[in-house]
Design a protein around this ligand. Structure first.
Ligand SMILES: *Cc1c(COP(=O)(O)O)cnc(C)c1O
Length: 433
């Protein structure tokens, strides 16, 4: 009925998420409010696991890319569902440590990890450090020596496939701040160097070609290039790389016009390609790592706002201002991202009028949705912006000293707070007079 299948409508004609009445949650927790359907998040985790089991004998690992939404609860959920974790900073790693996440299933990414971050990772025995560049490799070599530890690494490779939303290009990918390039020999050189370093165990290669991708083809092209690279390395050094990490980026439905590929299809096609190349090039089947972030959490979440002022500028635009904005969802102002919204009361009411939903921050660009057809709205009405479970809370800020909203997770129809609302005291807690 709605673009997200975690949504419904109850007998009182109120929007529900995971079976819970959204207006009741708004009353209890106030707005703005992030609500996530925990059961849906778990279902999404299982979809990836199941696909890997079915199409690749389970010879791999699904990592939840925690930058999409990171907190203690989501780390526990990912762990309970048997997923590993992709972290990109000391802060995300610290969260995982505090959530008692199994360290061997953590992959540490990032194009500029600091020495302190690397030390935090190594002393906590993080499973893989995904090395981005030679400076980092050198630092890791020193840390391995200092600490007398073996460090297992993977390498961030630019495969020469760059996928954007709705299209992709095959070259030009050298111009990226992430990783080492295949074409220039940079990737080969860094791996050859790694094999000479004591305490460094080369395990895998990694690529991540973009985000919100709706086609299978760029993933297949990337997988092909990476597999041939693994075979080339074997021919040239005699060493076989055993892990192929293809990153994340699987697209989701934000609006009616988005048509995501069923997640199982990605791995089905990828595994065929990988298997074929292992035969052609006489190498072993690598373990396949996938790193979905957005597709695990974004479609399982909504943000509920209360309408404040309704400003009708004749013949120009009607602004519906709400009690949040770029402070809780900066994706419109960052990328002009498109979202869909529903009225919480009577969500199936026929939309009548094109309006613009604006935030309350002091920026003209602080919009949530430009030009959306909505039913009539008045001050005090609740609206839900859909598919905000990823890259919303994790990108939220205190701009205008607005406290971050809480995150409530619904499971079995029951709400449970996962992150509390920030208070004004929280806002000034690091200030020094
Ligand atoms: C961002 C990112 C992901 C997750 O991407 P999604 O689009 O959220 O699936 C996975 N791996 C790496 C290395 C990333 O940078």
């Amino acid at each position: 009925m709605f673009i997200l299948d975690c949504l419904g409508v109850n007998e009182k004609n109120i929007l529900t998420i995971g079976g819970a009445d959204v207006s009741e949650l708004a009353k209890e927790y106030k707005t703005p409010l992030y609500i996530m359907d925990e059961d849906k998040i778990r279902e999404n985790c299982r979809l990836y696991k199941k696909a890997l089991d079915e199409h690749y004998n389970g010879n791999g690992l699904v990592l939840y890319a925690s930058k999409a939404f990171c907190c203690l609860r989501i780390c526990s959920i990912a762990n309970e569902e048997g997923l590993g974790l992709d972290v990109v900073s000391g802060g995300e790693l610290y969260t995982a440590i505090k959530a008692n996440f199994p360290m061997e299933k953590i992959y540490f990414h990032g194009n500029n990890k600091t020495k302190d971050e690397l030390l935090l990772a190594v002393t906590n025995n993080v499973g893989r450090i995904v090395v981005d560049n030679e400076t980092e490799l050198d630092m890791l070599g020193e840390i391995a020596k200092e600490k007398g530890k073996d460090i297992s690494v993977s390498f961030r490779i630019k495969p020469g496939v760059d996928a954007h939303t709705h299209d992709f290009i095959r070259t030009g990918q050298i111009d990226s701040k992430f990783g080492v390039a295949l074409e220039t020999g940079e990737a080969e050189n860094i791996i050859k160097k790694a094999y000479t370093l004591e305490g460094i165990n080369v395990k895998g290669v990694h690529c991540h070609i973009g985000s919100q991708i709706f086609e299978i083809e760029p993933f297949l092209l990337a997988a092909q290039k990476m597999m041939h690279f693994i075979a080339d390395i074997k021919e040239k050094t005699g060493n076989e790389i055993t892990e192929l990490n293809l990153g994340g980026g699987y697209g989701i439905k934000y609006t009616k016009t988005d048509n995501p590929v069923p997640y199982g299809d990605f791995i089905r096609h990828i595994s065929q390609t990988v298997k074929q190349i292992t035969k052609e090039r006489n190498i072993s089947l690598p373990k396949i790592i996938m790193e979905p972030g957005r597709s695990i959490v974004a479609p399982a979440g909504i943000t509920v706002y209360t309408v404040g002022s309704v400003k009708e500028i004749p013949n120009i635009r009607t602004y519906i201002s709400v009690d949040g904005g770029m402070s809780d969802n900066p994706r419109y102002i960052l990328y002009r991202s498109k979202y869909h919204a529903l009225k919480v009361e009577n969500p199936t009411e026929k939309p009548k009028k094109i309006v613009t939903i604006a935030g309350k921050c002091c920026e003209s660009g602080d919009l949530l949705i430009k030009n959306i057809k909505m039913p009539s709205l008045k001050p005090g009405d609740l609206i839900a912006v859909l598919a905000t479970g990823g890259y919303n809370y994790s990108m939220a800020s205190n701009y205008n000293r607005i406290p971050r909203p809480p995150v409530v997770m619904v499971s079995g129809g029951k709400p449970k707070l996962a992150i509390a609302r920030e208070s004004y005291q929280d806002i000034i807690k690091n200030d020094i007079m």
